[in-house]
Write a protein that binds this ligand. Structure first.
Ligand code: NAP
Length: 371
C-alpha cells in the first residue's frame, strides 16, 4: 500500500516530537510536512528541535533513522504553504499539536479545514465545538459519523476537524467504558490524578518548582477531567453532540515529578447493579472494543492490562505497555465510601496525545474519511 503523506503542526513540541517518533515506521502514514512557530520556520527539523528532543521513542541523535529530521520546518500559521504541500502530494491531512491561545488555534484549525485539509487534533481548542467529534477510538468511534454533517454545516468540501480528549482522562475512560458496556451503570467518580511534567509541554514546570515537590494545581485540568467524559459518552442529535447526563465526576489534578505517564487514583460508585471484583477483572481483561477486522496498526492488542502486584501500576514500569497505548490498572479493591477503587496509569504523550491521535486517524481512514 502506498503510504499517505501527512503533516504535523507543532511538530517541534513534546507531542509533535512523539508524532515524529511514532510515525517513523508507520505502515500507512508518512510524515512529509512539518510546521511550528515562526521561530522554527525555515530551519531543518533536526536543528529546530535540537536539544529539546524528548520523545521516548526514536532518537533524533541518530537522525538518519527519522526521515523527518531533514525536512524544512514551515510556519504553521501559513496555511497557503500547507495547501501547496497538498497540491504537491506531500500532505493529505495534518495532525495538530499546537500550543497557542485557544482562539488562535480554533481559527487556525478552521482555516486548514476550510482549505480542504482534514485536521486530527490534540489541542483542546475545538473539543467543545458542537459538531466536532472528541474521539477515543475504543470508546466512541461512532462519533466520527458526524463528519459529513460538520462539513455540510461549515460548507467545507474535503476538510474537517476531529479531536482527542485531554490526557488526564485517558487512564480511566476506557475502564469506565468497559464497565458501562457490560451493563453496569456508574453514578459517581472521585479521581485524583498524578500528572507527569511532559504533560505541560516543553520546557514545562521549572525544575525548582517540581523536583522534590507536588504542585496541586494544573490550570483548567480539573474542569476538563470532569466534563470531557460527558461529551465522549454523549450522542449525536441533529447537527451536534448532546452530553451524557452522568456520571458525576469530581477531580483533583496534581503535577508530580515524573517525566512521562499519568496516574489516576479512582473511586467509583455503581448504580443498583454492582459487579464483583472478579467480574470487573474479567470485563477489563476481555475488553477489546475496536472491531478486530479493522486491524489498526496503533491499536493495543490488550487495551486494559490488570497488574496483580500490590505496588503496581507505576509510571516508569507500566507507561510503555503495548507500545504506550494500553492502560495499566492495579490495586482494584472495595472502597469504604463508594463501591470500588483502583489505580490506573497511561502514557500521556503516547496514549494521551500522539499515539491516541494516530489511532484516531487510523480509525478515520478505516471509516473512509481520510486518504
Ligand atoms: P509544546 O511542547 O509547548 O509544543 C508546542 C508546539 O506549538 C511547538 O511545536 C511550537 O513551535 C508550536 N507553537 C508555539 N507557538 C506557536 C505559534 N505562535 N505559531 C505556530 N506554532 C506555535 O506543547 P505540547 O505539550 O507538545 O502540546 C501540544 C498540544 O497538545 C497542546 O495543545 C496541548 O494542550 C496538547 N496536549 C498535550 C499533551 C501532553 O502530554 N504534552 C497531551 C494531550 C494534549 P516552536 O517549537 O517553534 O515554538
Amino acid at each position: 500500500m502506498e503510504k499517505i503523506p501527512v503533516g504535523i503542526l507543532g511538530a517541534t513540541g513534546m507531542v509533535g516530537q512523539q508524532y515524529i517518533a511514532l510515525l517513523a515506521n508507520h505502515p500507512w502514514f508518512e510524515v512529509r510536512y512539518v510546521a511550528a512557530s515562526p521561530r522554527s520556520a525555515g530551519k531543518l527539523y533536526s536543528e529546530a528541535v535540537g536539544g529539546k528532543w524528548n520523545a521516548t521513542r526514536g532518537d533524533l541523535g541518530g537522525t538518519s533513522r527519522l526521515d523527518a529530521a531533514s525536512l524544512i520546518v514551515e510556519d504553521a500559521n501559513d496555511v497557503t504553504k500547507a495547501a501547496a504541500a497538498v497540491k504537491r502530494g506531500d500532505c493529505a491531512f495534518v495532525f495538530s499539536a499546537l500550543e497557542m491561545g485557544k482562539d488562535e488555534i480554533t481559527a487556525l484549525e478552521d482555516s486548514y479545514a476550510a482549505a480542504g485539509i482534514p485536521v486530527v487534533s490534540n489541542a483542546s481548542a475545538n473539543r467543545w465545538t458542537s459538531d466536532v467529534p472528541m474521539l477515543i477510538a475504543e470508546v466512541n468511534p461512532g462519533h466520527a459519523d458526524i463528519i459529513p454533517l460538520q462539513k455540510k454545516n461549515r460548507g467545507w468540501d474535503k476538510g474537517f476537524i476531529a479531536v482527542k480528549p485531554n490526557c488526564s482522562i485517558q487512564s480511566y475512560m476506557t475502564p469506565l467504558w468497559a464497565l458501562l458496556q457490560a451493563g453496569y451503570g456508574v453514578q459517581r467518580i472521585i479521581v485524583s490524578t498524578l500528572q507527569a511534567v511532559s504533560g505541560g509541554g516543553y520546557p514545562g514546570v521549572p525544575s525548582l518548582d517540581i523536583v522534590d515537590n507536588v504542585v496541586p494545581y494544573i490550570g483548567g485540568e480539573e474542569e476538563k477531567t470532569e466534563q470531557e467524559p460527558l461529551k465522549i459518552l454523549g450522542s449525536i442529535q441533529g447537527n451536534s453532540f448532546v452530553n451524557a447526563p452522568g456520571p458525576k465526576i469530581s477531580a483533583h489534578c496534581n503535577r508530580v515529578p515524573v517525566i512521562d505517564g499519568h496516574t489516576a487514583c479512582v473511586s467509583l460508585e455503581f448504580g443498583a447493579k454492582k459487579p464483583s471484583i472478579d467480574e470487573i477483572k474479567r470485563i477489563w481483561t476481555d475488553f477489546r472494543a475496536l472491531p478486530q477486522e479493522l486491524d489498526l496498526p496503533m491499536a493495543p492488542n490488550q487495551p486494559i492490562i490488570i497488574r496483580e502486584e500490590p505496588n503496581r501500576p507505576q509510571p516508569r514500569k507500566d507507561r510503555d505497555a503495548e507500545k504506550g497505548m494500553a492502560v495499566s490498572i492495579g490495586r482494584l479493591r472495595p472502597c469504604n465510601v463508594f463501591d470500588i477503587r483502583f489505580v490506573a496509569v497511561s502514557h500521556n504523550t503516547v496514549r494521551g496525545a500522539a499515539g491516541g491521535g494516530i489511532l484516531n486517524a487510523e480509525l478515520l481512514k478505516a471509516k473512509g474519511y481520510l486518504g
